[in-house]
Design a protein around this ligand. Sequence first.
Ligand code: HEC
Length: 261
Amino acid sequence: MQQTGFTHVDHQLSHGIDGKIGNRNSMALINLAWNKDFMWDGGVNNLEMQPINPITNPLEMDETIEHVIAKLQASEKYRILFAKAFGDEKITSQRLLKALAQFTVMLTSSNAKYDKVMRKEESFTTQEQHGYDLFKINCASCHKEPLFSDDRFEKNGLSIDETLNDFGIKITNKPEDYLRFKTPTLRNIQFTFPYMHDGRFKSLTEVIKHYNSLGHDKNLPKELDKPMNLSNNDRVDLVAFLVTLTDKDFLFNNRFSFPRE
Ligand code: HEC
């Protein structure tokens, strides 16, 4: 859903076809052109191949590529659109995947208040500036500017959800990857709730409370292995900074919205 950064809101675990419930909270789709790996566990490393996953996953679209192609071939509307894009009406899986990748690769968000401040077109309020200072100290090592992700897999101190038992290591099966998930971008984070791979937090306030509750723990990366000691005011200011990552030009860009007939 474009207006929420191309993610599914409202549900902790994203829903698929026939109301089936998936295993994770869908990630926002923002600035993917600069990512090397995709999905919470890096299960996909190529944007062009990525759609095969949700199309065929029994809990997501539960389809086959062959059947999707057959449906597209039967549609005059799509035959015309494929001819416009590729020069003739042939609809193949390669063209389908190319077309989807062309769309997802152009989902660029770079016009939030944060970007305007960086370009010296606007300035932060005192509160936002203080939040930014706290962010640089406590968060920016993983949520690296300007993408707000380091495109790596990190542990951020979440405890295991005992119902889901999702250790995030299915891809490598290495014990050192236990509880590591991809550092998600924080762009448009105001609207991409709920948060984390399992959607366990509904608000940014809850997320920051989690980080602030971490104590001395040598199993955590060094940025998180000691208490942050954020005061109530600090936490409010940090949220005020995170809201400056909202980019309305992206969330409401007509180029990305459902095509009008
Ligand atoms: C050691 C690396 C690291 C540090 C430091 C860190 N994070 Fe994260 N952050 C992560 C990872 C990894 C995830 C995803 C974890 C998961 O879902 O299991 C995450 C998830 C989040 C999310 C949820 C995003 C979403 O789309 O669901 C928010 C919001 C967030 N972090 C904000 C912060 C803030 C604010 C700070 C500083 C107070 C911070 N993080 C510090 C690694 C880090």
